[in-house]
Write a protein that binds this ligand. Structure first.
Ligand code: MN
Length: 235
C-alpha cells in the first residue's frame, strides 16, 4: 500500500479531548438545532408550537471547531457577534432511521458548546429567505469543551448557564428542551446516516446577546463540565 501523496499538507483532523482518555475524539460533522427552548424562540420572535412543528437544523463546517479555553478574534463583517450556550451530544455509533428507544445507543458522551453567531447577518438572511451560512458558519464559531464519556446515557435535566465577564446572561435547564436528546437523534437520523464523530448542538436557551472584544465567557452544564472563551480584537 503506497501512502496517498498530496500537493500540500491537508488540514489536521478536527478533534476534541476526551475526559479520562489519551485518545482524542475525531470530529465528523457539526449539526445544530434551531429554536429548542421556548423562551429563546420567543426572544427570536418565532415561538414554537410542538404540536404542529418539527425540529429544524443547520450545519457548520468541522473546520469551525475550536476548543474551550481559546481566544478567538472578533469576526469580520458583523456588529452583533453573539453567544449561544448549548449542550452538545457526541455520537459514537452509526444510526439511520433509529427510533427514540434505540437513540441512546448512538450516544458516546456530552460536552458544553458555544454556537457563536453573527446575529445581524443571520437575521438579514432570515428576512430575505436566504441561507444562514454567513451568520452561522463563522470561522472559529463552534466552541466545544472536552467530551465526557457517558455511553448510552440520556441527559434530561441539569442547569445550563453562561456568564460574560462574571455577569450571568443565560440560565436554564435541560428539562426545558422542546425536543429532547432521543427525539433529536431519532429525527436527525431520518435525514442523515449518523456516524461516530458527529456532534449535535441541541439549541440555546434565552439570554443570548452581543459580545465585545475583550469579553470573557464562562459556561457550564450541570453534570458535564465547563467551557470558556475569550473574544479578542477584530482582525
Ligand atoms: Mn444555536
Amino acid at each position: 500500500m503506497s501512502q496517498t501523496r498530496y500537493l500540500w499538507n491537508p488540514p489536521p483532523v478536527p478533534s476534541l479531548a476526551v475526559q479520562g482518555r489519551e485518545e482524542r475524539y475525531p470530529v465528523c460533522r457539526l449539526f445544530f438545532v434551531g429554536r429548542n427552548y421556548h423562551a429563546h424562540a420567543v426572544e427570536m420572535g418565532r415561538p414554537v408550537d410542538k404540536t404542529v412543528e418539527v425540529p429544524f437544523y443547520f450545519t457548520k463546517g468541522p473546520g469551525t471547531l475550536v476548543e474551550s479555553g481559546t481566544t478567538v478574534a472578533y469576526p469580520p463583517q458583523t456588529r452583533d457577534y453573539q453567544h449561544e450556550m448549548e449542550l452538545v451530544v457526541a455520537i459514537g455509533a452509526p444510526g439511520f432511521r433509529v427510533d427514540q428507544a434505540g437513540a441512546p445507543k448512538l450516544i458516546y458522551g456530552y460536552a458544553c458548546g458555544l454556537d457563536m453567531t453573527r446575529r445581524d447577518l443571520q437575521l438579514a438572511a432570515r428576512e430575505k429567505g436566504r441561507p444562514w451560512d454567513l451568520g452561522k458558519d463563522v470561522e472559529a464559531s463552534s466552541v466545544v469543551s472536552p467530551i465526557v464519556p457517558m455511553p448510552g446515557t440520556v441527559l434530561d435535566r441539569g442547569a445550563l448557564v453562561l456568564s460574560v465577564n462574571g455577569l450571568e446572561r443565560q440560565n436554564s435547564d435541560l428539562s426545558k428542551l422542546i425536543w429532547n436528546v432521543p427525539e433529536l437523534i431519532a429525527d436527525l437520523s431520518t435525514f442523515y446516516h449518523l456516524q461516530a464523530g458527529d456532534l449535535i448542538f441541541t439549541g440555546t436557551p434565552e439570554g443570548v446577546g452581543p459580545l465585545q472584544p475583550g469579553d470573557h465567557i464562562e459556561g457550564r452544564v450541570e453534570g458535564v463540565g465547563t467551557i470558556t472563551l475569550t473574544v479578542g480584537p477584530a482582525e
